[in-house]
Design a binder for this molecule. Structure first.
Ligand SMILES: C[S@@+](CC[C@H](N)C(=O)[O-])C[C@H]1O[C@@H](n2cnc3c(N)ncnc32)[C@H](O)[C@@H]1O
Length: 273
């Protein structure tokens, strides 16, 4: 019991130390998730206590960058939840086509799989040329990987299946060149993409957008931080703009519930009221 209590205190101190030293704010992330991530990091660092980890990251910025990989969960896939992308194609794209130019914000884009999926969808719908995509995240290594657009060939069969289920209109292989065990995605897909460091916990709104996709990010936040993010999205979206979330995320318990209406509830597609 006292061991557990100590661990809770140490965890709070670690999160505070990270904030004070590196300005990364994990203070309002879901406690259970941060606890699991830190426990995993401890094993990898081969350290016994969170205090030892705190000492390491305070004195060694490269150790902090390593810890960030555990805290940010850089897991993604292309056309993740294909029915979601199909619903965007069917329900959102017809409205997007009415705009002469588009701004799209992908918040928490991780290593870029979601960005390339969205770019492929927009290209097939004739919208990519008139779109600017802001792809943001707090993890610089993930953003660097996203900019490269190179993914392991091992994942391609799964992505191909997702692409087809998501209503893909061509051959998925049209979008990449295979090089040994990697798939190098067409750089034209990211011509209109700006990758940028942006935190939903500490930064503010930067542009007026027609569509915001923030998927599988808010599950790691507590309610207060989720509401901060929803506030940013509400402020950023144009009149009747679209907000799309991950399959386990909802506006239902948020203070912003009444500011949005569900368009395809099952697919977590909302529209600003
Ligand atoms: C599980 S990944 C989701 C990737 C992608 N959106 C998807 O659905 O496949 C979560 C991402 O959220 C990012 N993230 C965590 N906290 C964030 C914050 N405060 N602001 C912006 N992004 C954040 C992480 O760095 C990570 O890349």
């Amino acid at each position: 019991m006292s061991h557990e209590r100590n661990a809770d205190i140490e965890l709070r101190l670690l999160i505070e130390a990270i904030y004070l030293k590196y300005s990364y704010d994990f203070r309002d992330y879901s406690g259970a998730s941060v606890k699991r991530r830190v426990a995993h990091a401890l094993r990898q660092f081969e350290l016994k206590t969170i205090s030892a980890l705190q000492e390491r990251v305070l004195h060694d910025p490269s150790a902090f960058m390593q810890l960030l990989q555990f805290l940010t969960i850089p897991v993604s896939e292309m056309f993740r939840d294909p029915s979601h992308f199909l619903a965007i194609r069917q329900e959102v794209v017809p409205v997007l086509k009415t705009y002469p130019s588009l701004k799209i914000w992908i918040a928490g884009c991780s290593t870029g799989e979601e960005v390339y999926s969205m770019a492929i969808l927009l290209r097939e719908e004739g919208l990519l040329d008139r779109a600017i995509i802001y792809a943001t995240d707090i993890n610089p290594s993930s953003l660097e990987k996203a900019k490269q657009g190179i993914f392991s060939m091992d994942h391609i069969p799964g992505y191909n299946t997702n692409y087809l289920k998501a209503g893909g209109k061509r051959q998925f292989s049209d979008y990449y060149t295979a090089a040994y065990d990697h798939a190098i995605f067409d750089k034209k897909l990211r011509e209109n993409v700006t990758f940028a460091d942006h935190s939903l916990a500490t930064d503010s709104v930067f542009s007026e957008t027609q569509l915001i996709s923030c998927r599988n990010v808010l599950i790691y936040f507590n309610k207060k931080l989720q509401d901060r993010a929803f506030g940013l999205f509400h402020e950023s979206l144009c009149h009747r703009g679209f907000l799309v979330l991950g399959s386990k995320e909802t506006l239902d318990f948020s203070g912003y519930k009444d500011q949005f209406e569900p368009l395809v509830k099952q697919e977590r597609i909302y529209r600003k009221s």
